[in-house]
Design a protein around this ligand. Structure first.
Ligand code: F3S
Length: 282
């Protein structure tokens, strides 16, 4: 079988960098903790757990750690987490994605100058919580155009609008337009990361040109689900699997070309395994 693997599949730059940083720490002295799961991929999390890496879920758990290294994941965290790590005498390995770090710096600087920060994003997402934690004025989060219409800010307030890195570009544009119409003292910084959009565009293109498409990613990964939706819209034989074990391809004989893409939390070894299997066995 001929197979095309999307170039932009699997880990994005920031997650790959963060996962590598965790593996670099293994074997060094002391306990290793990640603040939250480093990626939503079950296999990676299990492998790290087997190698002794523990996951700290929240501030409460962090406050009980007395020794070791805390690794901050790509999503980043609130400023207070760095302060706690320092106060408790722990080592810190900061794997915050540089694109997220840039947002922290912007909101820190702008709120420090008295600006009100508005974040276009999901208020319950850890990345947004982290960004909020770098604001010295009270930030607000808007997720929809309706929220942008109804949020009540003072006309004379200086506003700085940023976005969660994975926010949908069209939704961001709608929110920008509403804010521009309502407030005059506003600066807008588009901080959306192109990794997600590029991955989706490539998946769509491949799915449209192959006979069958395989989408690899975690059950609970929303970006994988989105990839699956896009691909199944283009290709009727689209399969959603977590690992090679889930792959039960029932393909018509006419199938000659299979495409593969993967969500942002899928490591490259799983993609390779699936690719090799399909190439050799069909
Ligand atoms: Fe990934 Fe960093 Fe973009 S974590 S999605 S490369 S902001």
């Amino acid at each position: 079988m001929e197979v095309i693997v999307a170039k932009k599949s699997g880990f994005c730059f920031g997650v790959e960098r963060a996962v590598n940083k965790v593996y670099e720490q293994i074997g060094k002295k002391g306990n290793i903790y990640t603040y939250g799961q480093i990626t939503h991929n079950e296999q990676v999390v299990r492998d790290l757990a087997e190698k002794g890496v523990k996951v700290i879920e929240d501030r409460d758990a962090l406050s009980r750690v007395t020794e070791g290294t805390i690794i901050i994941r790509a999503h980043g965290v609130e400023r207070i987490i760095y302060e706690m790590i320092e106060r408790q005498g722990l080592e810190c390995v900061d794997a915050t994605c540089p694109f997220v770090k840039r947002i922290h710096r912007i909101v820190q600087r702008e709120s420090g100058a008295g600006c009100r920060i508005v974040i276009a994003g999901n208020p319950r997402h850890p990345e947004v919580e982290g960004i909020m934690g770098w604001c010295s004025t009270e930030p607000i989060v808007v997720e929809t155009a309706e929220e942008a219409e109804t949020c009540a800010l003072f006309q004379e307030e200086k506003i700085c609008l940023v976005s969660q890195t994975t926010f949908n570009y069209n939704k961001f544009e709608d929110i920008v337009e509403i804010f521009r119409g309502r407030y005059y003292n506003i600066s807008i910084v588009n901080t959306i990361c192109s990794a997600t959009e590029e991955r989706q565009a490539e998946a769509r293109e491949i799915a449209a040109s192959v006979d069958a498409m395989i989408v690899i990613g975690g059950k609970h990964s929303s970006n994988t689900r989105k990839l699956y939706e896009i691909c199944s819209g283009e290709c009727p034989y689209t399969y959603y699997i977590q690992t090679l074990d889930d792959l039960h391809l029932e393909l018509p004989k006419s199938v000659r070309l299979v495409g593969i893409t993967a969500g942002a939390s899928t490591p490259s070894n799983i993609i390779e395994e699936v690719q090799n299997y399909v190439r050799i066995n069909f």
